[in-house]
Write a protein that binds this ligand. Structure first.
Ligand SMILES: [Zn+2]
Length: 220
């Protein structure tokens, strides 16, 4: 089963991970694409970055919605946390974890620039803040690369499970991501399309109303 996710930059989106650039500290993820016969570097959102952000969102909301989460990312500790929980936690069941016997049922494709068009980027000089205190670090100016507000990307999420519980957790994580930050403290909006199969699998569950909500932009 799969559905399409459209992502829109609300503010100045930066998803780090691009090729090294001498003039930018945090380049936006880019790769060479053929646009109108020209090979150009174009920004995109790697599926792994999007999946990572979704996983963080899932970890944050899982407990309040009655899901089990080990809240652990260190591979050597995950097993013992799961033992204490009496089994693999819901977040790891959905997103996978190192040394898991079965791979994650969630395959997130790269999110490509909408319409396959060239997306402009620009660099900004920013001030590095200490994470906990939000105080300025001394001498900490850095340059990051961003796409313009309203730039859109889209890609498919493939789901190899029909477990309503896990599908519910996935929908909750997508909803949470709209209220959260991704990449370098960037805000996004997202909406789902081509959700017919997802809705069929969620028939009769309380998650259907959430899918309805996810089919619309939040920040319009
Ligand atoms: Zn876990």
């Amino acid at each position: 089963m799969k559905f399409l996710v459209r992502v829109r930059a609300i503010g100045l989106l930066c998803i780090g991970g691009g090729y090294p650039m001498p003039t930018v500290d945090i380049p936006f993820s880019k790769r060479i694409m053929n646009i109108g016969g020209n090979l150009v570097y174009n920004p995109y959102i790697p599926g792994s970055s999007f999946k990572g952000a979704l996983r963080s969102a899932a970890s944050r909301i899982s407990n309040s919605y009655g899901f089990k989460s080990c809240g652990e990312v260190r591979p050597e500790l995950i097993e013992s946390f799961h033992e204490a929980l009496g089994g693999t936690c819901d977040v790891c069941k959905l997103f996978g974890y190192p040394k898991a016997g079965t791979p994650s049922p969630l395959i997130v494709n790269d999110l490509e620039p909408s319409n396959g068009s060239l997306k402009r980027t620009f660099t900004m000089t920013r001030i590095r803040l200490k994470d906990e205190t939000l105080k300025v670090e001394e001498g900490a100016l850095f340059k990051s690369e961003h796409v313009e507000p309203n730039t859109e990307f889209s890609g498919f999420i493939n789901v190899l499970t029909d477990d309503q519980n896990l599908l519910g957790l996935l929908c909750l994580s997508l909803a949470e991501l709209r209220l959260d930050r991704i990449g370098r403290r960037s805000a996004i909006d997202l909406k789902l399309e081509k959700t017919e199969e997802l809705e069929k699998l969620l028939k009769g569950s309380k998650w259907l109303t959430l899918v309805e909500d996810l089919k619309r932009w939040l920040w319009e």
